[in-house]
Structures are given as structure tokens and as C-alpha cells.
Write a protein that binds this ligand. Structure first.
Ligand code: SAM
Length: 245
């Protein structure tokens, strides 16, 4: 019988945020596939868990996939963990998950910390509907497309960013977000956790010398402009007008 693949969320800073179920699964599985085995080893040592580790980082995920699938087919249970938070969210996991689904191997997510969820609920910006973009692409053309998408979004937009690229990204956002509210969620669950609020210019100024992990949240565009509404109305087919009435 095939083993199971567990996707285990780990803390994003505060070690108390690991769940009882996550600890039990980490103790019970045969192997732990880790984004960075040194980081995971620190976590396991803290909770006195001893387990064989397999390296599964972004650059070797495709090579590792076959080995993991082989072990799962031998009936071994494997937990996938990333350095922090939920595996598969801007972290390795997706490739082996897809392969398991193809091979009829059971995939079981073990919920826990996920940085953008905490950032969103603490931001005070609309949580009903949101657009999670992960990291913005570095390629100029793709980046411009994403910035245009942000400009048009009526949903709250969430972006991950590395600390050393924060200022560049905020400056790139400047002409696309007008006066919309921006929140920087910084060092979540850690000692210096804070939410910094303001318009884009204020945020650029307040964050110039900031260090630590950060997430950018952008209020959705307020509403469709009247001219756009009129154009939308003009573009509707006869059937759509009929449906509307
Ligand atoms: N898998 C993780 C999750 O569940 O959110 C995300 C990993 S991604 C490689 C790392 C990015 O997540 C960072 O650049 C930052 O934008 C965000 N992040 C992770 N931990 C954070 C924290 N404690 N505070 C603020 N942002 C954090």
C-alpha cells in the first residue's frame, strides 16, 4: 500500500505556532522532506524530534520528486516542510504534490501558519476578496503586467517581498496605486511585529531603513469609474441587456 504525503505547516517566527497535529505527524512519518535541512533540524531539535531528513529545495525539487515518489510507493509516509509557514505557498511542494495526485498517492495538508493570511487579517484592509501575487516577477515585461493587474484590481492585493528589494518594489508600485491604502506587515509573530499603514509615499518614507521580513498589502481600487461603467454598458450584447432588466 502507498504511503501518504503530509504537507506540514511550520511557524513563521514564533515556535509556539506549531500545532499539536503537526508535531505528531512529524514524529510519526518515516522521512521529512525539507526545504533547508539545517533550518528544519533546528526546529526538530527544539521539539526533540529525530527523523531522517531529505533535502527538497526549489532547485532540486524536480530531481528529488522521483526518489520521494519511490519511497511513498514503498509504503513510507513523508512530511514536506518548508523553512517557514505553509509548504507550496511560494515554497517547494507543488511538484511532488502534483505527482502524488497523478500516482494516486494520498496528500494530506496539515494546517498552520501562513504569512499572508496573518498579514491580511491584521491589515484592516478588506478581507472578503483578495489577490495573492506571491513575489512579483523580476523580468521587466512580466513585472509591468503584474503592476497593471494591481492597478486594476478591485480586490485587496498581497505581495511577498525580500527585505533588500522592498524599496525598489514600493517605488515601482508608486505610479500604479495612486492614493490607495498600503499596509506593510512586518516580522509577523516575532518580537518586532508591526503593521505600518499609509499611502505609497508615506510607506516608502517609513520603510526606508526597515529590516526584517515583510508583506505588502494594497487596498483594492475603489470603484469602477463612471466612464468605464458606461463603456461596459455599451459593450453588452442584446441578451446581456435583456438579462439585466
Ligand atoms: N511559505 C511561506 C508562507 O506560508 O507564507 C512563505 C515563504 S516565502 C519564501 C517568504 C516570504 O514570506 C517573505 O519574503 C515575506 O514576504 C513573507 N514572510 C514569511 N514570514 C514572514 C513574517 N514572519 N513576517 C512577515 N512576512 C513574512
Amino acid at each position: 500500500m502507498n504511503g501518504k504525503l503530509y504537507l506540514v505547516a511550520t511557524p513563521i517566527g514564533n515556535l509556539e505556532d506549531i500545532t499539536l497535529r503537526a508535531l505528531r505527524i512529524l514524529k510519526e512519518v518515516d522521512y521529512i522532506a525539507a526545504e533547508d535541512t539545517r533550518n528544519t533540524l533546528k526546529l526538530l531539535n527544539h521539539f526533540e524530534i529525530k527523523k531522517p531528513l531529505i533535502s527538497n529545495h526549489r532547485h532540486n525539487e524536480e530531481e528529488r520528486e522521483d526518489g520521494l515518489i519511490e519511497k511513498l510507493k514503498e509504503g513510507k509516509n513523508i512530511a514536506v516542510v518548508s523553512d517557514a509557514g505553509t509548504p507550496g505557498i511560494c515554497d517547494p511542494g507543488e511538484i511532488v504534490i502534483k505527482k502524488c495526485i497523478q500516482e494516486n498517492i494520498k496528500v494530506i495538508p496539515i494546517p498552520g501558519a501562513c504569512a499572508f493570511v496573518n498579514a491580511l487579517i491584521g491589515s484592516g484592509i478588506n478581507t472578503d476578496t483578495f489577490l495573492f501575487l506571491g513575489f512579483l516577477p523580476l523580468n521587466k515585461k512580466n513585472r509591468k503586467q503584474k503592476l497593471e493587474q494591481i492597478k486594476d484590481s478591485i480586490q485587496t492585493v498581497i505581495i511577498y517581498e525580500a527585505p533588500h528589494k522592498l524599496q525598489t518594489t514600493l517605488k515601482d508600485l508608486k505610479e500604479f496605486v495612486e492614493s490607495r491604502e498600503i499596509v506593510l506587515a512586518r516580522e509577523l509573530t516575532k518580537i518586532h511585529e508591526e503593521f505600518i499603514r499609509g499611502n505609497i509615499e508615506e510607506i516608502i518614507e517609513k520603510s526606508e531603513f526597515l529590516k526584517g521580513e515583510m508583506i505588502i498589502l494594497i487596498e483594492g481600487r475603489q470603484e469602477i469609474k463612471i466612464e468605464e461603467k458606461q463603456q461596459e454598458f455599451k459593450d453588452m450584447s442584446l441578451e446581456e441587456h435583456y438579462e439585466l432588466y
